[in-house]
Ligand binder design. Structure first.
Ligand SMILES: *[C@@H]1O[C@H](CO)[C@@H](O)[C@H](O)[C@H]1NC(C)=O
Length: 159
């Protein structure tokens, strides 16, 4: 009786520590890639989202600056990508990089919005933080939409 109870406790504590460490060492990074139809440098209400854009999440060692982790993903229909990052990243600098816009007519990355730093720290205010939102990354449409000049006046006057 006592022995089986001990065995159960041991089994339980192994289970808890395995699931605990799996949680602590896995992050889900979520972000979006958009087509900046106004070449505005930011998202507007005529911005569209790109399916099939390629992104990479990479982490560099903060001392050696060597890339020690790299994983690629593609955006879905809503322009959203998800990347699962495994392992401890506390001493690393991680970022999302736009590799390719993959949309005819909207195929050049906005240099100001083609990278996004992400912080893969386990806790924020003591809470386990496994989902990280990356800033959206953008591509310029070759020719701005006709509505853009009016629209940008509206956005830029709103200071
Ligand atoms: C975008 O915003 C502008 C300014 O508020 C508005 O005039 C325009 O109708 C909006 N366009 C769309 C597609 O929502």
């Amino acid at each position: 009786m006592a022995r089986s109870r001990v065995a159960l406790l041991v089994a339980l504590s192994i289970f808890v520590s395995i699931s605990g460490s799996a949680l602590a060492e896995e992050f889900l990074v979520k972000g979006r890639v958009y087509c900046d139809t106004c070449q505005a440098g930011f998202e507007t209400n005529v911005t569209t989202y790109i399916e099939g854009a390629r992104v990479r999440v990479q982490c560099k060692d903060s001392k050696s600056l060597q890339t020690v982790y790299s994983v690629e993903a593609k955006t879905d229909k809503t322009g959203t990508y998800y990347v699962t990052v495994k392992g401890d990243r506390l001493d690393q600098m991680c970022e999302c990089v736009l590799l390719s816009c993959s949309l005819a007519g909207c195929n050049s990355a906005d240099p100001g919005r083609s990278k996004s730093t992400i912080v893969l720290s386990r806790t924020e205010n003591g809470i386990l933080n496994t989902l990280q939102y990356a800033n959206a990354m953008g591509c310029f449409k070759d020719k701005p939409l006709p509505v853009c000049s009016q629209l940008l006046n509206y956005y830029l006057s709103d200071v």
